[in-house]
Write a protein that binds this ligand. Sequence first.
Ligand code: TYD
Ligand code: MG
Length: 460
Amino acid sequence: MAKIKTSFFCQSCGHQSPQWVGKCSSCGEWNTYVEEVIEKNTSLGIGSDKVPFSSNRDKRVVKPQLINEIKHIKEDRIELSDKELNRVLGGGVVPGSLILFGGEPGIGKSTLLLQTALKQPNLKVLYVSGEESEQQISMRAERIGKKDVNCYVLTETSTANIFIQLGEIQPDLLIIDSIQTLHSPLIESSPGSVSQIRECTAELLKFAKETATPVFLIGHITKEGALAGPKILEHMVDAVLQFEGDRNHLYRLLRTTKNRFGSTNELGIYEMTSSGLREVENPSEILITGNTENLSGISIASTIEGIRPMLIEVQALVSTAAYGTPQRSSTGFDLRRMNMLLAVLEKRCGFKLGTKDVFLNIAGGIKVDDPAIDLAVVCAVMSSNADIPIDSKISLAAEVGLSGEIRPVNRIDQRINEAQKLGFEKIIISKSSTGIKAEQYDIKVIKCGKIEDVVRSIFG
Ligand code: TYD
Ligand code: MG
């Protein structure tokens, strides 16, 4: 009997070593090496070098081409019925692309992709599940609601069998739920191990490129929030989408961390309902509670996520510290930045916040790193500290500098227009914002140079 060939793999970065080592020389992690069988079972005759795609579609002839002579493939994108997904992918799915879809358990990955599959009457979709039975998937489909659909379901985990079915069905779109449950018969190690994930992804990548079929791979994420499996997985795929949000909140955010065919700044927003995920087209409406009149500690910021302007509510609570050390806590906003803004308020405006607890919250479970939200944070803190509400028709969009100066932010025109569209009466921006004529808007544009000016125009 042939000797079984094994090797050790770092479960964190995928680095290979002939013997066990305590510390990975590649990523520096400790105790991550696991022995895996790597002997390829070539007697099956379907090594990943010769996978039998019995596709009658033209295989691409690979030859060097002059870059100017390459035809634009921009028009080739497949538009999905899900507008948010299209936007996040950069305007539809590129044929032959391999897209990794990560997220915590129970966040709605399977729901979103099954829903996408069910709403494509003109595309033949194959949904391969290694996690749920046909009955479970069918029940979920009932819940989401299906019309005349062209969606096949396959519960299989062996890539060899999946490729046989792919050859027969020849789908226009393939969904794999999830990559960690697949196993390739060419490799002996168990599903979910580094070498299996790498091999299965390589086989699917080859399939995607050779048949120009887009493939969605669902991937689990680890406790630390990284995609489970080696980092190399992220290098292999064309796009990495992350589905995030608090399971206890209704809203889910879809972000790209890598996209070879579009920008990584795009953001998709969904709401989890009893019948699947609903696309949220106008996020501002859900992120502002509306009935906040006469409540102190609330301000509205006009921010931009990706290329989408939206208005969000910033809430602050300032109270006398009950214990010796004042508490500072922030949800959805960088804590260090909040501390810096508090120091600015203390030094430049004379607010005594050193003995106060300060809590900050961005409504809707959203995380923001747009600097334009600074002014709203500062105003919410001032409002709560003085217990004076801010007029709910005022929105804010500016960065605050270390000396208390109000700094301009990008795409101010879009921010003003969004605030105007949502019926705000005033927007406070930086004095140094260029290219803005206050007269061209119906909304009153107030330009401020220093925090003191803002205080005067808000609190009188
Ligand atoms: P699921 O797609 O199974 O999550 P994942 O594949 O990321 O692990 O989604 C699971 C949650 O979504 C589950 O807790 C129930 C909820 N859900 C709804 O609220 N409404 C629905 O219509 C569906 C299908 C699921
Ligand atoms: Mg799932």
